[in-house]
Design a protein around this ligand. Structure first.
Ligand code: 10G
Ligand code: SF4
Length: 316
């Protein structure tokens, strides 16, 4: 049987960002330096394949520091942690390595700096997401106000309208965040913030590539996990940019071939925590069913790299 033709658009940039790359390296190097088991507080990045692979090498994933023994090293995930977490590790004399992405740490420092200047902070983020919990946890409980939508901005109850600053999660939708920032600036003209928001280069670039790719595609797949905020935003961005079918898949097994019947083009991208091997698996699944012509949709080139912490660069 001859295979039907299919144009496969591949977004670039896609997949691993510099913060994810560094966080995974930190766990691998910690395992080499200290041997197994090394504990990791929260999924190092939101990807089951990555987590399972590290577990096989001896990493033990837990949600809370209280689940770790005192005498084994612990790593904090790339999403960041409240200040109380390293403090508790210190109090227990534990060896810990913070794999928080430097771009998230930058937001933590920003929040602290605003608070030191006497400003009350409003965070734009998703309630309960570990990055939001970590950033809000840089300051005492209740000090940081959270808004998720422009409606939340209308309802927020601030201490002093003239002494406010905002910070954001790094993986939000660029467009939705612009609306929330505009609502904040309209209600609180004196509010201080970053140049635009704290959304990182990787989030911005992946969303931009999807915006360019989506209108060309009959359908679009985002390789990523259901708990991956940045991956879910890519699905939304694709749908909003005009792609009639945009779906998150963890790997090739998740593809709903029925839903794709009759397509002549497919767009593929991946969230910042999805490894390239899973993207290739998805591409190969299309190649098995279609005569594929591939086209790269490249809207930016990335060359960001972050160093691992010094403790891992030194011999044990
Ligand atoms: O997109 P989220 O924040 O859910 O995380 P992820 O692990 O899927 O991707 C990498 C992004 C971070 C580590 C948060 S800055
Ligand atoms: Fe860092 Fe951005 Fe990657 Fe988050 S998504 S780990 S902020 S580079």
């Amino acid at each position: 049987m001859t295979k039907p033709p299919l144009t496969l658009y591949l977004a670039a940039p896609r997949g691993f960002c510099a913060g994810v790359d560094r966080a995974i390296k930190i766990v691998e190097m910690a395992l080499k330096k200290w041997g197994a088991p090394v504990y990791v507080r929260h999924e190092i990045v939101h990807n089951k394949f990555v987590v399972d692979g590290l577990r096989d090498k001896g990493a033990v994933f837990v949600e809370e520091l209280s689940e770790c023994p005192d005498d084994r090293p612990v790593i904090f995930s790339a999403h960041g942690v409240p200040k109380s977490v390293p403090s508790a590790a210190q109090a227990r004399n534990m060896i810990y390595v913070d794999a928080t992405c430097p771009l998230v740490s930058k937001v933590h420092i920003e929040a602290q700096r605003h608070a030191d200047a006497g400003l009350q902070i409003i965070m734009i983020g998703h309630a309960g997401h570990p990055e939001t919990v970590g950033t809000m946890g840089q300051l005492p409980e209740g000090d940081v106000l959270l808004v998720e939508t422009p409606d939340d901005v209308a309802a927020v109850d601030v201490r002093d309208e003239t002494r406010l600053a905002y910070v954001t999660q790094t993986t939000l939708s660029v467009d939705d965040t612009a609306d929330i920032v505009a609502a904040l600036q309209a209600r609180f003209p004196a509010i201080i913030g970053p140049h635009k928001e704290d959304i990182c280069y990787a989030t911005t670039n992946r969303q931009e590539a999807v915006k360019t790719m989506a209108p060309k595609c009959d359908a679009m797949l985002v390789v990523g996990a259901p708990n991956s905020s940045n991956s879910k935003r890519l699905v939304e961005v694709g749908a909003r940019a005009g792609c009639g079918y945009a779906q998150l898949v963890q790997r090739a097994d998740d593809i709903d071939w029925r839903a794709l019947e009759g397509i002549s083009s497919i767009g593929i991208t991946a969230g910042a925590s999805a490894p390239e091997v899973l993207i290739n698996e998805v591409i190969d699944a299309f190649k098995a069913r279609y005569t594929v012509t591939s086209e790269l949709v490249e809207t930016a080139q990335e060359n960001v790299e972050f160093k691992v912490p010094r403790v891992l660069r030194q011999p044990a």
